[in-house]
Design a protein around this ligand. Structure first.
Ligand SMILES: [Zn+2]
Ligand SMILES: [Zn+2]
Length: 182
């Protein structure tokens, strides 16, 4: 990454810089993301929390219910309320919202997930892996309550493994792009 990516909220009170490339970039078409964004999907840059450097402001966490009964924290500008990143089960990982980057065109999805609820008028490129759900590695789903809905989903074939680009860096000990499920 030659120039660090920066972004922020609408009013400028919150500004951040990503001090490295993300681990992985998701385009998520799930119903939760559609509802939270009021749009067709979300672009999330998955990156270690300590690589999201706050330049101005302190985003405030808001607990948001999800369809499976769990909650996720969405961090919003305290003034204009724009959501800049989310936190799911692993607090060491931020899901930075790609649309808040100063240059959103500087990132593209490594993977499309939850395409079972993708809106029918969106056509995905053949060149990017796409998965019905969030099961990229073929391992059995974990069985804690917050992942209940995953047990009802059809496992993705082992052949569909999507490896993060930075797996060999040892970042977070990632084995695959599931990240939250494995
Ligand atoms: Zn703001
Ligand atoms: Zn989603």
């Amino acid at each position: 990454m030659s120039v660090p990516r920066e972004g922020g909220c609408a009013c400028g009170a919150v500004r951040y810089r990503l001090t490295s490339d993300p681990l992985f970039t998701h385009c998520c078409h799930c119903l939760n993301c559609q509802r939270q964004t009021g749009s067709a999907f979300v672009i999330n840059l998955l990156i270690e929390a300590d690589r999201v450097e706050l330049l101005a402001g302190v985003p405030q966490p808001v607990d948001v219910p999800r369809d499976d009964g769990s909650k996720q924290q969405i961090f919003r500008c305290p003034t204009c309320q724009v959501a800049v990143f989310s936190q799911y089960a692993r607090p060491e990982v931020r899901f930075v919202r790609g649309g808040t980057l100063d240059q959103p065109s500087g990132v593209a999805p490594d993977v499309h997930i939850f395409t079972r609820s993708k809106l029918s008028w969106i056509t995905l490129p053949d060149s990017v892996p796409a998965f019905e759900v969030y099961r990229l590695c073929g391992r059995p789903p974990v069985s804690n309550g917050s992942r209940r809905s995953l047990r009802r989903q059809t496992p993705t074939p082992e052949t569909s493994v999507a490896r993060p680009r930075h797996a060999r860096d040892g970042r977070l000990g990632l084995r695959c792009a599931c990240l939250l499920v494995c």
